[in-house]
Design a protein around this ligand. Structure first.
Ligand code: ADX
Length: 180
């Protein structure tokens, strides 16, 4: 399980999808679990209180580990702002869990604001918005850190692919061209 964590707009889903496409094209069995998607179905009964986020992450973690047990490379994309929640997912199967901090400072995320949510959160229209009115607890010791504010998408994707190749694929992954 490659667990991406970071603010909304940090680039988690974009990186996850690019990496998924690349691995899929090379014949690997890979699956992305995404907060925005799971919240439409499995987790549609949950909001954004600390308690609901804990349950969101617990369910996502269980599903991720099930897919991983079935032999798939699983990449997840959840803000997962609370360290304790992420640690519990790690504890479900620590030997196959890597935490990846997709880092971007709040100002950068506010500038990107792909869904217009930061603007609304700043106006007070969305309560408990991560980075504005709810906390984000950065990982203390992630297996990998990718700063998307300082580097372009292609190089972020390449870094994650290399990490996956070294840690999750037996023969490694000889990268000729990462993105695209
Ligand atoms: S998590 O905190 O429980 O891990 P998750 O990753 O599933 O969150 O969902 C985050 C997505 O929900 C954001 O990308 C955003 O589109 C949307 N969202 C809606 N309300 C909030 C909020 N209050 N805080 C953060 N994200 C929100």
């Amino acid at each position: 399980v490659i667990w991406l964590t970071g603010l909304s707009g940090s680039g988690k889903s974009t990186i996850a999808m690019e990496v998924e496409q690349y691995l899929f094209r090379r014949g690997f069995e890979v699956y992305v679990l995404d907060g925005d998607n799971l919240r439409h179905g499995l987790n549609k009964d949950l909001g954004f209180s600390p308690k609901d986020r804990a349950e969101n992450i617990r369910r996502a973690g269980e599903v991720a580990h099930l897919f991983a047990q079935a032999g798939m490379i699983v990449i997840t994309s959840f803000i997962s702002p609370y360290r304790a929640d992420r640690d519990k997912v790690r504890a479900m199967g620590p030997e196959r869990f890597h935490e990846v901090y997709v880092e971007a400072d709040v100002d950068t995320c506010i500038k990107r604001d792909p869904k217009g949510l930061y603007a609304r959160a700043i106006k007070g229209e969305i309560p408990e918005f991560t980075g504005i009115s709810a906390p984000y607890e950065a990982p203390n010791d992630p297996e990998l850190l990718i700063n998307t504010a300082k580097r372009d998408l292609g190089s972020c994707v390449e870094t994650l692919l290399e990490h996956i190749g070294e840690n999750f694929l037996d023969g490694g992954l000889s990268l000729r061209r990462a993105a695209g």
